[in-house]
Design a binder for this molecule. Sequence first.
Ligand code: C2E
Ligand code: MG
Ligand code: MG
Ligand code: MG
Length: 274
Amino acid sequence: QAKSAGGNTLRFFNSEMQTSVLERASLEADLHQALKRNELALHYQVQVDHQGVTTGVEALLRWYHPQRGWVSPATFIPLAEENRLIVPIGYWVLRSACEQLAKWSHQPAYAPLSISVNVSSVQFQQPEFVRDVEELLAETLAPPNRLVLEVTESLLMHEPVRVRSTMLKLRARGIRFALDDFGTGYSSLSYLKRLPLDELKIDQSFIHELLTDKTDAAIVDTTILLAVSLGLTVVAEGVEKKEQLDWLRGHGCYRYQGYLFGRPTPIEYLFESY
Ligand code: C2E
Ligand code: MG
Ligand code: MG
Ligand code: MG
């Protein structure tokens, strides 16, 4: 019976898969509690310029699950987007980042640093998004010109006109925008012209094999030229090796983020080695 329906029929009942379905459901239930139980944390990863000076940090969400330990955002963010928990979670991330910016604004050594925050398309498209951000800025007294919102190309698949108008409102407050994971999405290049962007982040998947893969090198080279000619700051993600850094610098990219400079770290240890 199973055989005539194809070998795969049996696999549906295999315990491994059943566990993963159950796991997913339980992970989802736990995520509902995670915010209330204070299990979410922000780690920060430095961004540096060509002189090695730290210009800012990216806030990266972490979930410390009491039984599972650290859960990767690659696992729980897609889940949170599906069930829209990303809206309150994203709000908490923004609030934490604004509070940090406000603290830094009183310390001359840290005041120039920016914080980049990843904003999910689901969160960005909430009608309340602009109001929420404005309220957070007013409440925390964070300097808006130190806040960078990272969006992805997926944002533009839905309502590009509304997305643009939301960005313009926030930009009028001094907030900057970065296009994250550039090169991995599906949209056309015309959004680069239409959107009020300040920064373009080259996805780390193009950086890893940069020195050995000619196609990756060509893509990175072209992206740098494109960004520069559009007046955008170009940031290379996932820089792990000195040789990658040298290549990037030699090709006109002067902002970097990656393990070479530091891993995502809790704020209290971030500048420990400085
Ligand atoms: P992303 O925004 O592109 O963040 C960069 C990812 O690359 C981070 O993964 C970071 O830890 C990792 N990374 C940095 N340098 C290196 C390197 O040199 N080598 C390698 N192999 N990896 C490096 P992470 O923290 O696991 O986050 C994954 C993704 O989850 C992020 O990608 C972002 O899309 C999403 N994410 C993280 N925090 C948030 C958040 O607060 N809100 C939303 N909506 N998404 C978030
Ligand atoms: Mg990012
Ligand atoms: Mg990225
Ligand atoms: Mg990414």
